[in-house]
Write a protein that binds this ligand. Sequence first.
Ligand code: ATP
Ligand code: MG
Length: 131
Amino acid sequence: MIKPDAVRAGNIGNILRMINAAGFRIAAMKLTQMSLERAGQFYAVHQERPFYGELCAFMSSGPIVAAILEKENAVDDFRKLIGATNPANAEEGTIRKLYATSVGENAVHGSDSDENAAIEGAFHFGGVEMY
Ligand code: ATP
Ligand code: MG
């Protein structure tokens, strides 16, 4: 996902250009907004964490770009491309270093495993929307 902060800042194009340059194939994509309830479902794994309420409020605060990306080694390579959760710790040239503003408003989300990527893809897209 391209998160609401990056959409608001006008960085959809910049981020998609980096995703293309890194060799990912876009298998599905849309601009959409999650309700507070759906954001809560998406990040349910974090529901015991102190930042959960803030995270769900932020993720439902405006439109996001949801996408399914394909590549060999996609999960690890995408996490390298996006950089550390906190942009202060992200390497130069990563998406978060360039476009994130804080640990909470960090521009992009990447799945943390192939299994979760499949679950998260199905969360946002129906079968006829994946190519
Ligand atoms: P994401 O799952 O969004 O790709 P991540 O895997 O790098 O990010 P997680 O540990 O899964 O990081 O945390 C999920 C999201 O919760 C982070 O991207 C960030 O938006 C938010 N978050 C994480 N830690 C904090 C924190 N200490 N304070 C505020 N928000 C946080
Ligand atoms: Mg995560």
